[in-house]
Design a protein around this ligand. Structure first.
Ligand SMILES: CC(C)(COP(=O)(O)OP(=O)(O)OC[C@H]1O[C@@H](n2cnc3c(N)ncnc32)[C@H](O)[C@@H]1OP(=O)(O)O)[C@@H](O)C(=O)NCCC(=O)NCCS
Length: 182
């Protein structure tokens, strides 16, 4: 692991570092209003990958860890949430390095899949993710309101298989996320 990379439990993050994360998210997601007051959209991620350069936070990635239900049984996933890199540090492969770091973490620890949700898939496609087009069930949360179970084909879903388990393809197969869609 690069010594600039720090994987930290969310509850260990200090108030000062939370403010740096919020500031980074605000720069990177200017259209999202949550970044003016907090560091998460729907729910806290259990951990984050932080990237530091000369004491400044330059990139972050929320990391979910959970079990999902596939047609052939439970599967373990790491979820990638709100990946972002400061404008001044983009275009030199930092986000790709973070994704590759996460994939390696998953492989090392026998995790079945890394998943994420993205409208623009370029970065993820070149790092080994595909769009399976699977039907998904998830806990719907909007503005701190849990309001039901979603059941739909989510084109934004992108998956990278880490080991022998296969993620099903196509809308006939349903995967239950057993939680919210991050
Ligand atoms: C997307 C982002 C994390 C990429 O960071 P980076 O360190 O520049 O990424 P890399 O250098 O590893 O790869 C760059 C490639 O990412 C792709 N890319 C650029 N912006 C992207 C975006 N918003 N979403 C997906 N892929 C993107 C492009 O293919 C780019 O290569 P190109 O310029 O040759 O076409 C960064 O642009 C960012 O923080 N954007 C704002 C926040 C955001 O949109 N995050 C993604 C949420 S799903």
């Amino acid at each position: 692991m690069s010594d600039r990379f720090e994987l930290i439990d969310e509850f260990r993050i200090t108030v000062a570092v939370h403010e740096q994360i919020r500031d980074l998210l605000e720069e990177c997601f200017p259209e999202s209003s949550f970044t003016s007051t907090r560091t998460w959209l729907k729910q806290l991620p259990p951990r984050r990958l932080l990237v530091w350069e000369e004491g400044e936070l330059v990139a972050q990635l929320g990391v979910e860890h959970r079990v999902v239900r596939l047609p052939d049984g439970p599967g373990t996933v790491l979820g990638a949430i709100d990946l972002c890199v400061r404008g001044a540090c983009r275009g030199v492969g930092l986000a790709s390095s973070m994704l590759q770091w996460l994939l390696e973490l998953g492989r090392t620890h026998g995790i079945d899949f890394v998943i994420l949700f993205a409208a623009d898939g370029r970065l993820y496609a070149r790092n080994g993710f595909c769009r399976p087009g699977t039907r998904v069930r998830w806990l719907k949360i909007h503005e701190l309101d849990g309001f039901g179970i979603g059941d739909d084909v989510l084109d934004e879903l992108m998956v990278c298989e880490l080991g022998p388990r296969r993620w099903p393809d196509g809308p006939e197969a349903t995967v239950d996320l057993l939680g919210y869609q991050f």
